[in-house]
Write a protein that binds this ligand. Structure first.
Ligand code: ADP
Ligand code: SF4
Length: 734
């Protein structure tokens, strides 16, 4: 880490080294395990992402969950694997990358038990007690109970995993028993542990497996690897591993691990979005635990404020500040605090778009940090950009997340940048959406970028400047980036309706833009039609309900805010809508908007129903504002005279999408300027699974000759060996 110049002494406490068993953490910042949607499919991308975190000053950088054995895996979700020795190189690359950044490398070992449907391995899932698989998807699969010999096997597999983790170079092994996902929680919780043998019943019995695995892991690694345990602070529901029981456990075995890592209850609790939970939301649950153990304690809470972090340490609540999302939004968070660069901290907005990567099995995005998971694929760094190329000047039109990020990144590259915004406020959609219920923290997208731009002498900002094509040509910039945004449609066209719904002009119809501009339906019955399926429909329902509207929430989906399942918000949104008294009309879409009513129909049966309404709010789809781009294209012949070399439309103006797509578009524009056009070549790096040597047969496969002899009709798959011919040498397994 760079010398701590400029550090505010209030935060010295955050930079004290802390011992974790045989290792010493250089400060109190731990990047706790988090998924990234890349995992075993994109090992180098994941390794580089972790390296950048280490460079950013975190003392310990953990992997995501690492499956220790093929008999428990969570396909379709893509995490890491340590199924056999062949998985070691990918993990070793990650450990090495973390070490290069100066951090301790941590690995989170997981056996998913009742949480793993084994869709890939096809093994019968093994759990502490039998029952249907408990995961995000209701797979019609049940797990069988482990008997004592299975438990002995599992202990051995954990021991092997400890040894493999040590061979891969990891300093800290974390045992995953949180969020309802890890076998250690399944043993501890009476919800999932219904055993009557030595592993069930009393708390010491339920903790037996955890104790055994820790003792055997410590012995196997000769005490050279630090061991942490990640447990939920509270499991809700009857028989759940409660906060009180957790306290009992820590009091009973205060010195069991080298580090206690406390996560909130479920993943939904632990990664609660800012719309539903404030920073440090779990403080009451973690307070007092530290007093029960001499071992250090780490906890999370979407911490982005150095004051909140230092207070928790000073108050004796935590020894380490744990972070997943804040470390994604700003991998350099510790370093910026150390250097007193508080304004430069890119605060997580708590939108959970990063989590949607895991749940859609795609490399995770971050709204605030568009370089996340592009560090290796595209060579993007969250803090550094290449110096500018041959061009000098760029005019960016529109200051939404796309335009702001483009201007910031171009400014950081050293271009002369002019940013023109039609309105007074910078931020585009973010400046407006941040005023909606629960979305205040999203304003950080604009705040951080406007703050960064304000420090750049080479970026000029022009407010109240709606530019025409003539203005753009007269400006004289070499390149023009149009980030002019999008407007919500009024005619119900989106996914379900591809043509406008017949609408009586007597019915007032509002869009989210109207509402954000302060044009709202009067109190009374309102039909809100949501064919967008993300946050906007429910946020507006909340706003309307607060205003005294009786909201009928109509959606063709089978649940409201269906896509928000990917951001772990869907359940909370549905609960909130119900608590607001909104009437949910699911699998329904409007057939006609009449004066005083909306006729809706069931998407399955077509059965119609009439909903009385004084107004309609359409949350459907958006249309890109590309008029300026079209005008400029029509004046192509004038470009050379104006010194204009390129015009590009980006962000929502090109194709509307969530905010993360817009910040990414801004960064991509800035990265591409003056770069060699890859043409038809792939514009990012990827890894492809190595093919097994041809001809390799599974040891238990039917021999080739017998195959031929018993097969009446040769398939042509394998050629029969002539009698007496020598059997070919079997290639080594891959
Ligand atoms: P994105 O998400 O792609 O960044 P936004 O809708 O958030 O898009 O932002 C677009 C911004 O562009 C808005 O603030 C809007 O006022 C501004 N804008 C649109 N047209 C013009 C124009 N012709 N001149 C200047 N600013 C414009
Ligand atoms: Fe935070 Fe959103 Fe980035 Fe996730 S995607 S780290 S929640 S800003």
């Amino acid at each position: 880490m760079a010398p701590d110049t400029g550090r505010d002494p209030r935060f010295d406490i955050l930079f004290e080294p802390v011992r974790i068993g045989p290792k010493v953490a250089r400060n109190r910042f731990i990047q706790v395990p988090h998924c990234n949607g890349g995992g075993y499919r994109d090992p180098s991308a994941a390794a580089e992402m972790r390296r950048v975190k280490a460079e950013g000053g975190w003392a310990v950088v953990f992997t995501e969950q690492v499956e220790i054995h093929h008999s428990s895996e969570i396909t379709p979700f893509i995490e890491l694997r340590l199924w056999d020795d062949r998985d070691i190189p990918a993990l070793a690359r990650m450990a090495q990358a973390i070490h290069e950044g100066g951090a301790l490398a941590g690995i989170e070992l997981a056996y998913s038990g009742i949480n793993g449907p084994n869709l890939y391995s096809r093994e019968v899932p093994r759990a502490v007690s039998p029952g249907p698989i408990l995961t995000f998807t209701p797979d019609p699969v049940q797990a069988r109970a482990m008997d004592l010999s299975d438990i002995a096997d599992l202990r051995r597999w954990f021991r092997n995993a400890f040894l493999r983790a040590q061979r891969a170079g990891f300093d800290v092994v974390c045992l995953y028993g949180a969020h309802g996902f890890g076998i250690f929680q399944h043993f501890l919780s009476r919800r999932t542990n219904r055993r009557s043998d030595a592993y069930g019943g009393s708390l010491p019995n339920r903790a037996r497996f955890l104790r055994e695995v820790i003792e055997e892991g410590r012995e196997a690694t000769k005490g050279e690897v630090a061991i942490s345990v990640r447990l939920s602070l509270e499991e809700a529901g009857e028989g759940g591993f409660s906060n009180a029981e957790l306290r009992e456990l820590v009091a009973l075995y205060p010195e069991l691990p080298d580090l206690w890592d406390f996560a909130h209850g479920t993943w939904e609790d632990c990664s609660a979005p800012s719309r539903f939970a404030p920073e440090g939301a779990q403080e009451a649950l973690v307070r007092g635990l530290k007093a029960l153990t001499p071992r250090p304690v780490v906890g999370v809470g979407r911490f982005t404020s150095p004051d909140a972090m230092a207070r928790q340490v000073r108050a004796g609540i935590l020894d380490f500040v744990g972070a997943a999302r804040p470390s994604i939004a700003d991998p350099f968070l510790p370093r910026k605090i150390a250097e007193g660069r508080f304004d430069d901290i890119r605060e997580c907005i708590g939108c959970n778009i990063c989590i949607s990567g895991d749940l859609t099995q795609s490399p995770s995005r971050c709204t605030q940090n568009p370089a996340f998971m592009e560090e290796w694929r595209k060579g993007w760094h969250p803090e550094r950009l290449r110096p500018r190329g041959e061009s000098r000047s760029v005019l960016v039109v529109g200051s939404g997340p796309a335009g702001l990020e483009a201007a910031r990144a171009l400014g950081a590259r050293g271009y002369e940048v002019a940013l023109a915004e039609a309105g007074r406020d910078l931020g585009g959609r973010v400046a407006r959406e941040r005023r909606l219920p629960g979305l205040g923290a999203w304003g950080r997208v604009a705040d951080w970028r406007t703050g960064q731009i304000a420090k750049m002498a080479n970026v000029a900002v022009y407010r109240d400047s709606r530019l025409s094509a003539e203005d753009v040509l007269a400006f004289g910039a070499e390149h023009v980036c149009l980030a002019t945004g999008a407007l919500w449609r009024r005619d119900a066209v989106a996914r379900f309706h591809l043509d406008p719904v017949p609408t009586d002009p007597a019915m007032p119809v509002f869009t989210p833009d109207d509402v954000m501009d302060g044009r709202l339906p009067a109190p009374g019955p309102v039909v809100l039609y949501d064919d967008d399926h993300y946050y906007m429909g429910s946020v507006l329902a909340e706003l309307l309900a607060a205003r005294g509207c009786r909201v009928a929430f109509v959606t063709p989906a089978q649940r409201p805010a269906d896509w928000a399942w990917n951001t772990l918000e869907q359940g909370r949104i549905q609960r909130r809508l119900l608590e607001l008294g909104a009437a949910l009309h699911l699998s329904r879409a409007p057939v006609a908007v009449e004066a005083g009513a909306v006729r809706i129909a069931c998407t399955f049966t077509g059965r119609e129903q009439r909903l009385e309404a004084a107004a309609v709010v359409m949350v459907t789809s958006r249309t890109g504002e590309d008029a300026l781009a079209r005008e400029l294209a029509a004046r192509r012949d004038d470009w050379a005279r104006a010194g204009l070399r390129s015009v590009r439309l980006i962000g929502d103006a090109l194709a509307p999408a969530p905010i993360a797509w817009a910040t990414y578009a801004g960064r991509a524009y800035a990265e591409a300027l003056d770069a060699t056009d890859p043409g038809d070549a792939l514009p990012f790096r990827r890894e492809i699974a190595a093919l097994a040597p041809p001809g390799w047969q599974h040891p238990r496969a039917m021999p080739a000759a017998a195959d031929a002899a018993t097969s009446a009709a040769p398939t042509g798959r394998r050629r029969a060996r002539p009698a007496g011919a020598p059997r070919p040498a079997r290639p080594a397994p891959p």
